[in-house]
Design a protein around this ligand. Sequence first.
Ligand code: NAP
Length: 286
Amino acid sequence: MTAKLLFQLDTDAMPSVFDRVVAIDGGADHVFAQGGVRAEQVGKLVEGAIYTRGPKEKRFTAFFVGGSDLAAAEAVFAAIGERYFGGFRVSAMLDANGCNSTAAAAVALIGRAVPLAGARAVVLAGTGPVGRRAAAMLALEGAAVAITGRQAARTEAAAAAIEARFGVRVAAIEAADGAARARAVSGADVIFAAGAAGQGLIAEADWRGARGLRVVADCNPEPPLGVGGIAASDKGKDYGGVLTFGALGIGGLKLKLHRACVGQLFERNDRMLDAAEILALAKEIA
Ligand SMILES: NC(=O)c1ccc[n+]([C@@H]2O[C@H](COP(=O)([O-])OP(=O)(O)OC[C@H]3O[C@@H](n4cnc5c(N)ncnc54)[C@H](OP(=O)(O)O)[C@@H]3O)[C@@H](O)[C@H]2O)c1
């Protein structure tokens, strides 16, 4: 039996332990984790992966690209693809800070709860990896999306990056504090909180009883949660007509999805798993 080898390329100095554990649980026999990886360095890594096994065994080698800098990880992922030619390729997955698997799991759960086409969605703290991917996926599902961030320039840069990568426009709202974030979510059908762990973004009073609001999702697992008045374990809990999803409620599907994606890498040698592919799988298994 040919060993399944996963090369975990992380743009951070210390490669993610979380990603390594899930890689093993997802079916890799050996995970070789490399930190501090830059796009210009991938040539040798790709050569080592594509020339070492015959056509039938190439599917047992794969890349996983991670790290907290989404733009750097996207560049690494693109550089890998650029080095491939003909049958000389192996499957690869991009999941910087869990951006694709977390956002896809949450969007799939939200999409089962309410129709996303035409919905107004606000992604709070939508400038990080998870928020950017969530905003893109919600927009691709047909929602009118706005992201917030504490600084206008950073927020507009995130919206521009989403448009450049996915061809969808999302509005950028500068919201420096809780009061500004509360104004930003007014009138939303869907609130998606994607703030850093342990950072409260809006209070319970900012969303309870809001007219038209259908779903609140919050990816932050550490207290204080991003959204006051929900529980991290909420998974479609009904608060007077508003369904809530907390980080642990989302996290179960995220882990299942992340593992399933790793498993898919070893089924063929030509899979490139990024936002669209991972969202499609999330919708299948949600
Ligand atoms: N549930 C799961 O399975 C799962 C999996 C992975 C990640 N997560 C969680 O998902 C969330 C998003 O992950 P990420 O990697 O995208 O996060 P991140 O990059 O660490 O942070 C996201 C954004 O939070 C904002 N922020 C930082 N400090 C803040 C503060 N003091 N007040 C207000 N906003 C602040 C920043 O936006 P601005 O500076 O632009 O305002 C930042 O871009 C995190 O809480 C993470 O723990 C959950």
